[in-house]
Design a protein around this ligand. Structure first.
Ligand code: SF4
Length: 370
């Protein structure tokens, strides 16, 4: 058995550690590229959302490398994610790929159900699976910590690209983690290197929140490296979803309806009385929360033809007006190109900069290119 899974941000790094610790052979798909999207688009219905196409392309590339078992997310849901496993399985089988596919109930299941399912699929004893979880989860948490550190450091570093370089190197090292000691050493060395980056602490970067559709927010390929691009332009970013937080919530805390979700629901209630599938409710509640926290603007990412985010984006102008926060909607599709994205970003940043200058009652000054 050679297991594979589609990409979701840096999740593959933690999964490689998890499966190695379990003693199960696993192949991550090659990094997503234009080829991946083209492969997926060729097998996908034309108007389906772009994450479906990229994920399908990931599976084609992994099956070509010899994988024979696919683990993916399953979610009975009003949005298309609920149909991903069946549709993708049918499309791949039609093209002659031989494999088995299992949809893990990570999005509305519990940790125990998912672990039991992995045990049934792989035949690995539960004790060994738990060892894999005990090593894979801290790796996932560190990956998120690295992203958070990069969000803070990029707009303040004196040498552009210093933080990104250290973070990239650390992520490559994390793929090789095989015990807790190695992980602790990588953590120590990486955060020491990040702490040593010379910063210009006089800068007061614009603060922008990124929220919207799950895959677009967490996956740099799908969002065209949006976070790094903003960091390069001197903007501090924050997102409303991190993989470890998402996993904790869906596997451990959903049943308890933790305060985080209750807060978002409460905030969104005046605009949205019922939950909508996908991340639409979180986009509304998240925008309000970021406005209250003093962010300068919000980027709302959505996939072309994505119903939940389309509903949210219809409500967003009201939220933006009531909470006086500029929101830029960015729609991603197969044909999206980076230059179009950069043009829109540039204009949005200028608006935010002027607005901030006006609020400070200072004469208008153009944004310094960093
Ligand atoms: S939330 Fe939207 S983009 Fe994401 S899977 Fe559902 S329909 Fe597709």
């Amino acid at each position: 058995m050679i297991i594979t899974y589609p990409h979701a941000g840096d999740m593959h790094i933690a999964l490689e550690v998890f499966f190695r610790e379990m003693g199960v052979e696993a192949i991550s798909p090659p990094p997503s590229t234009a080829r991946t999207l083209a492969l997926g688009a060729r097998l996908a219905p034309e108007f389906i959302c772009v994450p479906y196409k990229v994920l399908l392309g990931n599976l084609v590339e992994a099956l070509e490398l010899g994988a024979d078992t696919v683990l993916t997310l399953g979610k009975p849901s009003g949005c298309r994610l609920g149909y991903y496993p069946r549709l993708q399985q049918a499309a791949l089988r039609e093209r002659g790929y031989a494999f088995r596919m299992y949809a893990l109930p990570l999005m509305n299941g519990s940790a125990a159900t998912a672990i039991w399912q992995v045990h049934r699929i792989t035949g690995v004893p539960l004790r060994r699976i738990l060892r894999g979880v005990a090593l894979g989860l801290p790796v996932l948490r560190m990956l998120d910590e690295l992203d958070r550190a990069a969000h803070y450091l990029r707009p303040r570093e004196r040498t552009p690209g210093a933080a990104s370089k250290i973070v990239r190197a650390a992520k490559a090292r994390l793929r090789e983690v095989c015990d807790a000691e190695t992980l602790a050493r990588i953590r120590r060395e990486t955060f020491a290197a990040l702490d040593a980056i010379p910063l210009d602490r006089t800068r007061a970067p614009l603060k922008i929140a990124i929220l919207g559709e799950f895959y677009l927010v967490i996956d740099p390929f799908m969002s065209m490296d949006l976070e790094e691009e903003l960091g390069r332009r001197g903007v501090e970013v924050e997102r409303n979803i991190y993989l470890s937080q998402w996993l904790d919530f869906n596997m451990f805390l959903r049943a308890l309806r933790v305060p985080e979700t209750r807060t978002l629901e409460r905030l969104a209630k005046p605009y949205l009385r019922r939950n909508i599938s996908g991340d639409g409710l979180k986009s509304i509640g998240g925008t309000i929360r970021f406005a209250q926290a003093g962010y300068d603007g919000v980027l709302h990412l959505q996939s072309f033809t994505c119903a939940p985010e389309l509903m949210a984006s219809n409500i967003m102008p009201l939220v933006a007006r009531d909470y006086a926060i500029p929101v830029l909607r960015l729609v991603f599709a197969e044909q999206s190109n980076r230059s179009g994205l950069l043009t829109r970003l540039e204009a949005f940043l200028d608006v935010l900069e002027r607005r901030r200058n006006a609020q400070r009652n200072t004469p208008y000054a153009t944004r310094t290119e960093l």
